[in-house]
Design a protein around this ligand. Structure first.
Ligand code: GLN
Length: 271
């Protein structure tokens, strides 16, 4: 638990630092137009967003169409920058590499800012928060994180996510260790394995957890408020001008209430 808290603190301080840096940058910038003049994108006139569209309510299919919080925020950002948003649905754990190699302009996938990822990409200002949740069968004997860690339970995660990173670390480091981890390409595949009893728990972000539990009978979510994470857009490290322009757009969309309205539409405020 200590380690999990430490990781969370690390993520938060990284995010704070990011916020501070972008605030400082913004004070010296004259206007959004001034920033946007300098940036380039992979394809002129387009903002190519890599995501994994199986992460409701941030990105998911409605028929043929990919919708969700990330899609709407990225659409609004693209509009501010005078770009057309193009969405590429790829494996979650290929997003950072694709942004790094210049294949995509942004990774926008309910992606948590972590110190490790910051070594490969830049992140925009955070626009949402997530919490890691544990899903178990409704009649499971597992009641909390300590019980999950201490027992001999098999834990399903989505490959390459923070849930994977936390859970696959050693028991001393607050995880269950590699032997007890089952990795899945999509969060929902892990949930299906849980419903058929192949694994004992799934560790995944809270909002998709709620959506998966609502869509599959016989599951419940354990309250595990041990990691609060910041979601942000991943951007190529060399494209600082694009990061600045995106941050300026995000600031305007936060200030005028657009982002809150988008989040509220998909996650109605509780109580
Ligand atoms: N927030 C988690 C992460 O960044 C999961 C994201 C996802 O599965 N799309 O690792």
């Amino acid at each position: 638990m200590k380690t999990l808290k430490r990781i969370a603190a690390g993520i938060l301080s990284a995010a704070l630092l990011l916020g501070m840096t972008s605030c400082a940058a913004k004070q010296t910038e004259a206007s959004a137009e001034a920033d946007t003049a300098a940036f380039t994108t992979v394809e002129s006139g387009k903002l190519i967003m890599a995501t994994n569209a199986f992460f409701p309510p941030y990105e998911y299919y409605e028929g043929e169409k990919i919708v969700g919080i990330d899609v709407e925020i990225a659409t609004a950002v693209a509009q501010k920058l005078g770009l057309e948003l193009v969405i590429e649905d790829v494996e979650f754990d290929s997003i950072i590499a694709g942004v790094q190699s210049g294949k995509y302009d942004i990774g926008c996938a309910g992606m948590t800012v972590t110190e490790d990822r910051l070594k490969s990409v830049n992140f925009s200002t955070p626009y949402a928060t997530g919490i890691q949740s544990i899903i178990v069968a409704a009649d499971s004997e597992i009641t909390d994180i300590d019980m999950l860690l201490a027992g001999d339970y098999k834990v399903g995660v989505q490959s390459g996510t923070t849930g994977d990173i936390y859970m696959s670390s050693s028991v001393e480091d607050g995880g269950v260790g590699e032997e007890r981890i089952e990795r899945f390409a999509k969060g929902n595949d892990a949930v299906i394995a849980l419903t058929s009893g192949k694994i004992d728990a799934v560790v995944i972000d809270n909002e998709p957890a709620k959506a998966f539990v609502a869509a599959n009978a016989g599951l419940k979510i354990l309250e595990t408020p041990y990691t609060v994470e910041d979601y942000a857009m991943a951007i190529n490290k060399d494209n600082v001008a694009l990061k600045d322009a995106i941050n300026q757009a995000l600031k305007e969309l936060t200030d005028d209430g657009t982002i809150a309205a988008i989040v509220n539409k998909y996650i109605p405020a509780e109580g």
